[in-house]
Design a protein around this ligand. Structure first.
Ligand SMILES: NC(=O)CC[C@H](N)C(=O)O
Length: 373
C-alpha cells in the first residue's frame, strides 16, 4: 500500500533516480533529456539555479532496490543527480557543485561555515537566481537554520534531502530535488527565508525538524509548512515572521568560525559531571535539553548555577519536540542569569547560540536574539 502518492508514479520515479547509480557504477549511459545549451535564448529566459551537493541519502546507494533503510549515504556525485532528473531543465538552467560528499551527521562547524560562505558568494552573482543544497536529513534542520540566520540574500535558498536512497523502489529524492529547483527558481520564494522541500511540502528551514527516521514524511514544523509544491508550481500560504537572511543582524561574510556549544539531554537520574565535561572541552554555552517545560532536576541546579557563575552560558530548551520554554517558568532565569530557547529545539538552539556568540555573550542580548529569530 502506498500511503500518500500513486504507486505507478513512485515506481517510475524510483527507476529514473536509480539511473544515477547505474551510471555511477559504469552500467551504461544516462537517459537524460537534453539540457538547453548555455547562451541560447531559451536558456536566457529561465532562472539560473546552482545545486550545491553535500551528500546524504539523496546521494545514497543500496545493494538492492528493496533496500530502503540499509544503504550507504553520500555515494552519487552531483552531475549524476542532475542527469537523473532531466525535468529540472524545463524549470531552470541548472548546474552543480560538489561541496562535500558526506553523511550529514559528520558535518562540522567548519564545514557549515564553508558552505554558508559559498552560498553567500553565489547569491551575490547576477547570474545566480537561487541555490539548492542537497543534504543528508540527520542534521538538515541545523544547516537550514544556520543559512537562514547568516546568508544576507533574499534569493531563494532551498535545502533538500531524501529518506530513501537513489537506488530504492519509490526513491523520494528525484521529486524532492525537482521540487527544490522549482522553489529555488520561483519568484514566490524570494524573501521567504531558507526553505526545505520534502514530500511535496515547503517548510521553513527555521523551524522544520526531522520527526521520524524511516519514512518520506519525516519533516515537520509545529507551526505548519509554508506551502506546497505540486507539478512544478509553488503554493505559499504563510510567511516566516522571525528575522532571517536580509533582516538578520548576522552575516556569514563576517564569520570565520563558530564557538563551541554543547547540548546536555535531560532525563531522570542524571550525571552532573556531564556538564563539567562540556565546560572542560571548551563549551561557551550549554543548551540544557530539559524535561517538560525545560525543567532542571533539583540536584542539578547548583551545578548549572556554578557553571554560569564561571562564565559558561546556560540556555534552557526542552527534549519535548513541540511547545515553548518560557522565561522564569520552571526556573528563575532572571535570578540565575540563564537564557531560554523559546520554541527552538536543542539542535536549533545550539545553532542560534553559536551564531549569536560570534557577536555577544551578554545574556540580555542573547535572550533578545532568542525572541527575535
Ligand atoms: N535520510 C538521510 O539523509 C540520512 C542519511 C545520513 N545519516 C545523513 O544524514 O546524511
Amino acid at each position: 500500500m502506498f500511503s500518500s502518492r500513486s504507486g505507478a508514479a513512485l515506481t517510475a520515479r524510483g527507476a529514473v533516480f536509480a539511473l544515477a547509480l547505474a551510471s555511477t557504477l559504469g552500467a551504461g549511459p544516462l537517459l537524460a533529456r537534453e539540457m538547453p545549451e548555455a547562451g541560447t535564448a531559451a536558456a536566457a529566459k529561465k532562472p539560473n539555479v546552482v545545486i550545491l551537493a553535500t551528500g546524504g541519502t539523496i546521494a545514497g546507494a543500496g545493494a538492492d532496490a528493496a533496500n530502503s533503510a540499509t544503504y550507504t549515504a553520500a555515494k552519487v556525485p552531483v552531475d549524476k543527480l542532475i542527469a537523473a532528473v532531466p525535468q529540472m531543465s524545463a524549470v531552470a538552467n541548472v548546474r552543480g557543485e560538489q561541496v562535500f560528499q558526506i553523511a550529514s551527521e559528520s558535518f562540522t562547524d567548519a564545514q557549515l561555515v564553508q558552505l554558508g560562505k559559498r552560498v553567500s558568494q553565489l547569491l551575490k552573482q547576477d547570474d545566480v537566481d537561487g541555490v539548492v543544497i542537497t543534504h543528508g536529513t540527520d542534521t538538515l534542520e541545523e544547516t537550514s537554520f544556520f543559512l537562514d540566520l547568516v546568508v544576507k540574500s533574499d534569493k531563494p535558498i532551498v535545502v533538500v534531502g531524501s529518506m530513501r536512497p537513489s537506488t530504492a523502489i519509490s526513491a523520494d529524492g528525484a521529486l524532492n530535488l525537482l521540487d527544490a529547483v522549482t522553489v529555488a527558481a520561483s519568484k514566490e520564494a524570494i524573501g521567504q527565508g531558507v526553505t526545505v522541500t520534502m514530500n511535496d511540502t515547503i517548510q521553513s528551514g527555521r523551524d522544520v525538524t526531522k520527526r521520524t527516521n524511516v519514512v518520506p514524511s519525516a519533516f515537520f514544523s509545529q507551526w505548519g509548512p509554508l506551502g506546497m509544491v505540486i507539478e512544478g508550481k509553488t503554493y505559499f500560504f504563510r510567511s516566516l515572521s522571525k528575522r532571517h537572511n536580509t533582516s538578520s543582524e548576522f552575516d556569514i561574510d563576517q564569520i570565520d568560525s563558530l564557538p563551541l556549544v554543547g547540548i546536555v539531554h535531560g532525563s531522570g537520574n542524571m550525571i552532573p559531571g556531564v556538564y563539567d565535561a562540556e565546560v572542560q572541552a571548551g563549551a561557551k554555552a550549554i543548551v540544557n535539553a530539559g524535561t517538560g517545560n525545560g525543567s532542571v532536576a533539583g540536584y542539578l541546579v547548583d551545578k548549572l548555577k556554578d557553571i554560569r557563575s564561571k562564565g559558561t552560558l546556560v540556555i534552557r530548551s526542552s527534549r519535548v519536540p513541540d511547545g515553548l520554554v518560557l522565561r522564569n517558568a520552571e526556573q528563575p532565569d532572571d535570578k540565575y542569569d540563564w537564557v531560554v530557547a523559546h520554541d527552538l529545539n536543542p539542535a536549533k538552539a545550539k545553532i542560534l547560540a553559536a551564531v549569536a556568540l560570534t557577536k555577544t555573550s551578554d545574556t540580555k542580548e542573547l535572550q533578545r536574539i532568542f525572541w527575535e529569530y
